[in-house]
Design a protein around this ligand. Structure first.
Ligand SMILES: Nc1ncnc2c1ncn2[C@@H]1O[C@H](COP(=O)(O)OP(=O)(O)OP(=O)(O)O)[C@@H](O)[C@H]1O
Ligand SMILES: [Mg+2]
Length: 771
């Protein structure tokens, strides 16, 4: 079954419409230059991978006259990997003068539409179905026109890709990442850390632990020895004896202290015995002083009362005097007398005035009715005269006008005489009245003042009791002085009392202390007797020839024993210290043990890591070796295979050996009789084509890809004799490869071809195929 089965083009470059069929075996595409042969191969490539190397897509849209702006390609192929029939359809369009857009892409597998959303997705699917990716397809399957000899001096990466080394290289990179991860632990290098633990840390910690353990044993031994020694010395009786002697000494000391205390107190208060002290206390008489204080106090109170009263009286008298604007009592009396005199005088004056006023009143009483009568008569007479009355209305006697006029004249004269007199009298009366008023007022004032002074004097008399103010003041001064001296006396007495009190208190305290000390002495003595008795018993029990009262008993007893009590104390202290050290050392041992354990764990962990690292390294090395193997062995095989293919392609078998440099994949040839190898690119052009072709075929064979081979003009520079053989050989090779598509314009080898596609250029410039 052919791989590529059918290709359908529409508006693709020079093709308006074309449907091209392919068979398995050798498919030959022939035609003249520029007829459209390469276009078919590019169309196959575009249909499969969605692009054409080094050609921008917009150039793929036909520029022939009367074509629209869109193009499409459809390919049918049989997957050499899955055996499925695959159809791919791509349609694109010019959307601007320089822009091309894929409008549709379809994938059908065994006539089932498989949804694809992008060129990349479709490309990946095709790569799986064809069995090679786009790059590998270009390097291995499809040799583009003029690029055959590139294999003689290939791109290293491309070759790595073809040989499958790239994947292995990626694997190495992965291993390197892993190696990096595994060779470091906590930021440190695993190997260095492990060496550090094994060579420095553990070898240091181990002896440290041993040394500490040894130290523990030694300390325990020392403590045990000391304890044993102390135990023998510290027998119960001995300890008891020492303790009792200590007690005895202690009691003696205390007794001494108490006695000294008593003596000190007696000396302090200058008495010879406690009894004398008691007598001294009894002699201190507080009551008498207290009584005296009370007496003085009473006196003071009394005098104070007196002083206050006197003071009040003086103040009151002074206030009265001040009110009367005098400074002494006698002055006030004098003032009273003067006022009295003035009053008497005023009374007298009033009496005289009254008399005078009486006389004036009398004269007035006479004059006023006389004048009134005159005025009445005058008025009557004037009326009578006017009315020409001829008879007196009173006496009924006839009256004349002349008489009337005479009467009127007399009366008027009299009135004129009397009226000033009356006026004078009335003025005098008024004057006297004013004077009287004044005198009366004066009299009232004097009487009031006198009454008030009298009252004041009576009050003063009551307060002063016949004494003068200065007498009273003198008296007050005396009292004040006496009070001051009494207060002095009082203060002195109070001081005397407090002195006696504090002395008594001190003496009482001293007495109490002495009594307490005496009590304590008695107790201590009893205790001392008892202790001495116990010491006596113990001495006898221990058969020590000493007396219990002996002063230096303790040292004497100590002399009889291997250790002095001080030494025991020191030994005990030492035990204590040693125990502390032991505790510390034990702690240290525990810590060291823990540390060792931790480091052992870490060592294990690191060792595992190191092992894993080594595994990774060996795996990496293996892959590297595989790469090397591929490079060396596979390349050698290819070179060998290529040489044998080459020898079938031409009768000019002038090379002894082909060689592919594993470093850069360059092809070298060893021509017979040459001293050294020659780069294949330095052979003749025709030979370069032949060598390249044989390398290509060898590659396919060695790599086991036998499905498809597409060659565009692989005959460049090959001479006529060689071309016949070459094409025959290619036809032969096609038997081993499922499908070979070969472009040649020589029209040669047609007899070996299974399928011939003629390409022809039409007069309108379009290409057509004839099959
Ligand atoms: N977009 C296009 N529209 C129309 N014609 C095109 C377009 N692109 C290329 N051509 C024509 O296609 C022809 C080139 O076709 P192709 O390269 O396939 O020829 P060939 O047969 O391989 O030639 P040779 O033997 O020289 O290699 C030229 O005549 C060119 O004018
Ligand atoms: Mg061509």
């Amino acid at each position: 079954m052919p791989v590529i089965e059918k290709l359908k083009l529409e508006n693709f470059e020079a093709y308006r419409q074309a449907e091209i069929f392919f068979t398995d075996g050798l498919n030959l595409i022939t035609g003249r230059n520029s007829s459209g042969k390469t276009t078919i191969l590019d169309a196959i490539f575009f249909a499969l991978y969605g692009e054409v190397p080094e050609v921008t897509k917009r150039l793929l849209v036909s520029r022939l006259p009367a074509t629209d702006k869109s193009m499409s390609v459809q390919i049918t192929f049989n997957s050499p990997i899955t055996g499925q029939k695959v159809q791919i359809f791509r349609q694109g369009k010019l959307t601007g003068p320089k822009t091309f857009k894929t409008e549709r892409r379809r994938l059908l597998i065994d006539n089932v539409e498989i949804p694809v959303s992008s060129d990349v997705e479709l490309k990946n699917k095709v790569s799986e179905l064809i069995g090679v990716g786009m790059k590998k397809f270009l390097n291995l399957v499809y040799t583009r026109q003029g690029e055959l000899t590139r294999i003689l001096r290939p791109n290293r990466d491309e070759m790595d890709n073809i040989l499958g080394i790239n994947i292995l290289k990626e694997l190495i990179a992965e291993f390197e990442i892993l190696e990096k991860e595994f060779t470091s632990y906590g930021g440190k290098d695993v190997e260095t850390e492990l060496a550090n633990i094994r060579q420095i840390i553990l070898p240091t910690l181990q002896p440290q632990l041993e040394r500490l353990t040894k130290q523990t044993t030694q300390l325990e031994q020392e403590i045990a020895e000391l304890e044993k020694k102390i135990l023998t010395v510290k027998s119960a009786e001995f300890l008891n004896l020492i303790q009792k002697i200590n007690e005895r000494d202690n009691l003696i000391n205390q007794l001494k202290q108490e006695e000294t205390k008593i003596q000190f107190l007696l000396n302090k208060y200058s008495v010879s015995s406690p009894e004398k002290l008691k007598e001294k206390i009894a002699q201190l008489n507080l009551e008498q002083v207290q009584k005296q204080i009370e007496e003085i106090n009473t006196k003071i109170e009394l005098l104070t009362q007196l002083q206050r009263e006197l003071q009040e009286r003086i103040t009151t008298i002074k206030t009265i005097l001040e009110k009367n604007q005098v400074s002494t009592i006698s002055q006030l009396i004098q003032k009273q007398n003067q006022l009295q005199e003035s009053l008497t005088k005023t009374n007298h004056e009033l009496e005289t005035l009254n008399r005078e006023m009486e006389q004036i009143q009398l004269a007035l009483t006479e004059l006023q009715p006389e004048l009134l009568k005159l005025k009445k008569d005058l008025t009557e007479h004037k009326a009578m005269l006017e009315n020409k009355v001829g008879t007196c209305p009173t006496c009924k006697q006839p009256i004349t006008a002349e008489l009337l006029a005479k009467l009127i004249k007399q009366e008027e004269e009299k009135i004129r005489e009397l009226e000033p007199k009356l006026q004078d009298l009335e003025a005098t009366q008024e004057q006297l009245n004013g004077k009287k008023e004044k005198l009366k007022q004066q009299q009232t004032n004097l009487t009031t003042t006198l009454a008030s002074i009298k009252e004041d004097l009576a009050k003063i008399a009551e307060l002063a009791k016949e004494a003068t103010l200065s007498d009273l003041e003198k008296n007050l001064l005396e009292i004040t002085q006496e009070l001051a001296s009494l207060q002095e006396e009082y203060k002195a007495k109070i001081e005397e009392r407090s002195a006696i009190e504090s002395e008594k208190e001190a003496l009482l305290t001293a007495n109490q202390e002495i009594e307490f000390a005496i009590n304590k002495t008695t107790q201590l003595q009893t205790a001392l007797f008892e202790t001495i008795a116990t010491i006596d018993t113990l001495l006898k029990k221990l058969t020590l020839p000493f007396k219990p009262e002996e002063k230096d008993l303790k040292s004497k007893v100590a002399e009889k024993l291997p250790f002095s009590p001080e030494e025991i104390e020191a030994a005990e202290e030492e035990i204590c210290k040693k125990k502390e050290t032991l505790e510390k050392v034990t702690d240290e041992i525990e810590k060291t043990r823990r540390k060792i354990e931790e480091y052992r764990q870490l060592e294990k962990k690191l060792a595992t890591r190191l092992k894993q690292t080594q595994t990774i390294r060996s795996l990496k090395k293996r892959v590297e070796e595989i790469i090397e193997e591929i490079r060396n062995v596979t390349l050698q095989n290819i070179a060998k295979e290529a040489l044998s293919i080459y020898n079938t392609l031409t009768d000019q078998q002038i090379y002894e050996k082909f060689e592919i440099d594993p470093e850069n994949y360059r092809v070298y040839v060893y021509p017979h009789a040459f001293r050294t190898r020659l780069p294949a690119t330095r052979t003749g052009g025709g030979h370069q084509t032949l060598i390249a072709l044989s390398i290509k075929l060898a590659l396919l064979r060695v790599l086991g890809y036998r499905n498809l081979l597409i060659l565009d003009e692989p005959t460049y520079g090959v001479d006529a004799e060689n071309i016949t053989q070459l094409l025959a050989r290619l036809a032969e090779a096609a038997q081993n490869i499922t499908q070979v598509i070969l472009v040649t314009h020589y029209g040669l080898g047609e007899e070996a071809a299974a399928n011939i596609i003629h390409v022809k250029k039409q007069p309108d410039g379009s290409s057509v195929t004839i099959q």
